[in-house]
Design a protein around this ligand. Structure first.
Ligand code: DC
Length: 236
């Protein structure tokens, strides 16, 4: 019997299927899924729409700090598709935050201390009741260092760029594989070298290299690790 509700933290490089895996896991278990990257993307979209990007591509961090309190990010379930969608100040921005324009600008925004502090606080609030799966870069290290189950997902940049390319073309969007590959590599570099909460594998994380795995295989892998964890907690 499941007497425990836990926190599942899934970290890893961009476009390695963390959110897809977390979504399926949430559907099967009834856990709540929070895509923390969507929150950084929503703040980025806010910056783009409100002229916070300077001509050199950097962000007016002082202005953003003043405006952070007025940025509300929430997640709502789409009653038709059953998919969780991201809202920025009450507006559904799920589609816009996935654009290449946002992808290209999100890294400098996510390197700003006040952005990380505010979003980390919101993420911790989401996890108060446990029964949550959250994916991102620093969930197992900074947001929930006490998470019961931590997974670190990895796959080569080429595999990840190919997946994103296929995803975009399947939706009928224009896609350029080389540009996507460059974006994937550049984000890896910025995500792993930034000063605050860089992408790092938590020492107690389980590593999942899903380069040669099907979606079904990786879903099963996670469900097995989850069941093992519940069993060990219940036997304590
Ligand atoms: O997972 P994603 O590609 O949607 O994330 C978008 C960006 O947000 C990514 O470049 C790094 C940043 N991010 C972060 O810094 N910390 C997180 N917990 C999640 C995402």
């Amino acid at each position: 019997m499941d007497t425990h509700k836990i926190i599942v933290a899934i970290d890893g490089y961009s476009s390695c299927g963390k959110s897809t895996m977390a979504k399926t896991f949430a559907r099967k278990t009834g856990y709540r899924h929070i895509d923390s990257g969507a929150m950084y993307r929503a703040v980025t979209l806010y910056c783009m729409r409100n002229g916070l990007f300077k001509a050199d591509g950097s962000v007016d961090a002082d202005r953003l700090e003043r405006e952070m309190a007025g940025i509300s990010i929430s997640f709502r379930n789409n009653a038709v598709t059953g998919v969780t969608e991201t809202y920025l100040n009450g507006e559904n921005v799920e589609r816009e935050i996935r654009s290449i324009e946002v992808s290209e600008r999100v890294s400098p925004v996510s390197a700003i201390a006040v952005v990380r502090r505010v979003l980390t606080g919101m993420q911790q609030d989401f996890g108060r009741e446990k029964g949550i799966v959250m994916d991102g870069r620093d969930i197992g290290t900074a947001v929930f260092p006490e998470a019961e189950l931590k997974v670190f997902v990895t796959a080569s940049p080429e595999v990840r760029a190919r997946r994103r390319y296929d995803e975009m073309t399947a939706k009928g969007e224009k896609a350029d594989y080389e540009a996507i590959l460059e974006n994937v590599k550049e984000r890896d570099r910025i995500d792993s070298t930034r000063e605050i909460s860089p992408l790092r594998q938590a020492p107690d994380a389980l590593v999942l290299d899903n380069g040669n795995m099907s979606l079904q295989e990786q879903d099963e892998w996670l469900m097995d690790r989850f069941n093992e964890k519940l069993e060990s907690l219940n036997n304590r």
